[in-house]
Each structure stands twice: as structure tokens, then as C-alpha cells.
Design a protein. Structure first.
Length: 364
């Protein structure tokens, strides 16, 4: 699953992407420094991996990963093709969630496309273009569905009802992620790929003076108020500092973190927040070869989780032996967990829980 990083030009979008992925995407002080989307894979920090490793010897530890796409900056009129509008909209349509970088710092040396820093105006610029694009998509789909519904097609009638709900919300200039939908309607809506229906994470790019969490920064507070009203989330990042931290290791990194009042790079919390935003969770496998975090959607069953490792595991799934990281810390070994009767045996209907440590039994 992918999250797309969006934002106006010169808000620190590509700098944030570079620091997250160490991918070396071009970050420059002019509009449209990013034209084609850059793609990077970001490890999702999880202290449970090392907690498992403390009790199980292994050759390597492998964290879960998240795909991030750095998408071209957007300007007013994008929904009508202005700037890189059509290309931008097609790229964002292909991702599962939106990470919206918003400038919340003042710096006369970094040009703002609208002349002054105003994060709410910036958010509304992009939100408006996404709303307009969705309006065009809904209008076209609604006409087609209404024609099909006249023949008595039940699926078409249900589609009309969904699209009419969407139209009413868009007419109020509200994003489609606020729609109250049934499970069937959610599946139908996802198939349309509506831009404003995608979950959103706002990343407030602050300066070092506002560290560690942007408290006291009026721009950040405005973004938090906006997010709370539209079912969004907020994290704060000093992209300039994070790009410097990404080049350091060990004591040097820890000293810089301590100097600015951070206990970990802010990008770690950003990666975890984006992972959660996508509705993902991790389970673990642990053995001599590796300890690894595997990614599943929240609500995945045992067979579906096993299929993430290999499709044969899902096809031939028999059962899973499951325990928790806390069980391992209490009993110190898998053998002791088994002897204490804490090793659970779960069948095909088991719904995976975040943090499960599993051994899958299967027959192909």
C-alpha cells in the first residue's frame, strides 16, 4: 500500500521525502522541482522487534515497510490542467492515503508561491482542487448510473444513491472522507478512486524554534483545529533538521536529538502515523534466520496474514500458533511459553491482532 506526499511547491515536501527515504529526490527552491513522482520504501520503527530479539537469537531483524510517493507540487487551477495539474491528479489517484506537507515556518530566503505563510490557505488550495476533480468524476458517474438505473438494475440504483450522497457533501465543499457509508458503499466508493475520500495525514513543517511538538506555533494549532474537524491526523516535523539527522548515526544522532528536545527522529512518528492511517498493523515471525514484521490490513484473518509471506501459506493454511511479545518477555523463551500453556492455537477464522508472534502450519 502506498501513501502519496503532496503539498504546494516549496513547503518542504521533497526534503521530508528525502529524509524519510534517503532516496535523494531533488529538493529545490523553485516550483515543480518534482515532476515525475519519486518512490521510496520507508521502514516503520517498532521497538517490539528488539524486544523479541532480546530473547530469540537471529541472523537479522527486518522491520515492516511503507511505500511513499513524492508527488509534484500543485497550484490553483490544477483540476483544469494548470501547472502539472492533470498529471498530479492522476498520480494522487493511484495512492491509498495522502500525506499533506504544510509549511508552518517563516523564512524570507525560501519563496512561498502565494507570497506569505498561511497553512490553512495552502490546505484549502489543494483541497479545493481535489474537490473540483471529484465533482467532475461524480457528475460523470452519476449520469451514467442514472441511465442504467432506469432499466431496474439494482446495482446501478445503489450506485445512484451513493453518488447522490457524494454530490450533496461536495456541494457543501466537504471532503468525501466524511461520508457516512455502509460497508458495501465503502467498497463501491473505493472503486471510484475519489481523491477527497482518501485518509489524510497533515505534516506541519516547522522550524527548530518550535520543536519538539510545535506547541506555541499558531500555524500548527490552526492545522490541528482543521484536522480535528475533518477526521484527519497531524504530526510535526522540522524537515531541515530531519534531513541532517538522516546523515548521522549513533551518538552523534542522539546528541543532536537531545539538543532539540526529541527522543527520536520526528520522521519515526510520521512513518508510524502513515502506517496507521492506511489501516495497517504488524505481526511477527521469529526464528534463527530472521525476526521480521509483516504487514496486514487491520481485520485480516490468519490465512490472509499467512498469505503475505507466501500465497501457498494461505491456500494450505491449517492453523497458527500464536503468542504475544509480553508473553515472551514474561517467560523468556518460546519453549517456556508453550510449557506455561500460553501458546494459542488459532484456526482459519482467527482475526489477527497487532503484535501477534506467529508460527503458521500449512499443507500444500
Amino acid at each position: 500500500m502506498e501513501a502519496g506526499i503532496v503539498g504546494l511547491p516549496n513547503v518542504g515536501k521533497s526534503t521530508t521525502f528525502n529524509a524519510l527515504t534517503a532516496a535523494g529526490a531533488l529538493a529545490a527552491n523553485y516550483p515543480f522541482a518534482t515532476i515525475e513522482p519519486n518512490v521510496g520504501v520507508v521502514p516503520v520503527p517498532d521497538d517490539r522487534l528488539e524486544r523479541i530479539h532480546a530473547h530469540i537469537e537471529t541472523d537479522k531483524v527486518v522491520p515492516a515497510a511503507l511505500r511513499l510517493v513524492d508527488i509534484a507540487g500543485i497550484v490553483k487551477g490544477a483540476s483544469k490542467g494548470e501547472g502539472l495539474g492533470n498529471k498530479f491528479l492522476s498520480h494522487i489517484r493511484n495512492v491509498d492515503a495522502i500525506v499533506h506537507v504544510v509549511r508552518c515556518f517563516e523564512d524570507d530566503d525560501i519563496t512561498h508561491v502565494d507570497g506569505a505563510v498561511d497553512p490553512i490557505r495552502d490546505i484549502e488550495t489543494i483541497e479545493t482542487e481535489l474537490l473540483l476533480a471529484d465533482m467532475q468524476a461524480v457528475e460523470g458517474a452519476l449520469d451514467k448510473s442514472r441511465r442504467a438505473a432506469k432499466s431496474g438494475d439494482k446495482a446501478a440504483k445503489a450506485r445512484v444513491a451513493l453518488l447522490e450522497k457524494a454530490t450533496a457533501l461536495l456541494d457543501d465543499a466537504k471532503p468525501l472522507r466524511l461520508l457516512d457509508l455502509t460497508d458495501d458503499e465503502k467498497k463501491e466508493a473505493k472503486a471510484f478512486g475519489f481523491l477527497t475520500a482518501k485518509p489524510i495525514l497533515y505534516v506541519c513543517n516547522i522550524d527548530e524554534d518550535a520543536l519538539p511538538d510545535g506547541a506555541g506555533n499558531a500555524h500548527v494549532q490552526k492545522v490541528r483545529d482543521r484536522a480535528s474537524a475533518e477526521d484527519g491526523q497531524v504530526v510535526t516535523v522540522c524537515a531541515k533538521l530531519e534531513s541532517e539527522l538522516a546523515e548521522l548515526e549513533g551518538d552523534d544522532k542522539n546528541e543532536m536529538l537531545e539538543a532539540v528536545g526529541l527522543t527520536e527522529p520526528a520522521l519515526d512518528s510520521l512513518a508510524r502515523a502513515a502506517y496507521k492511517l492506511l489501516g495497517l498493523q504488524s505481526y511477527f515471525t521469529a526464528g534463527k534466520t530472521e525476526i521480521r514484521a509483516w504487514t496486514t490490513p487491520i481485520g485480516a484473518t490468519g490465512p490472509q496474514a499467512a498469505g503475505v509471506i507466501h500465497t501457498d501459506f494461505e491456500k494450505g493454511y491449517i492453523r497458527a500458533e500464536v503468542y504475544s511479545v509480553e508473553d515472551l518477555e514474561q517467560h523468556k523463551s518460546e519453549k517456556a511459553i508453550r510449557e506455561a500453556g500460553k501458546l494459542r492455537v488459532e484456526g482459519k477464522d482467527y482475526v489477527m491482532q497487532d503484535g501477534d508472534v506467529c508460527h503458521f502450519l500449512f499443507n500444500v
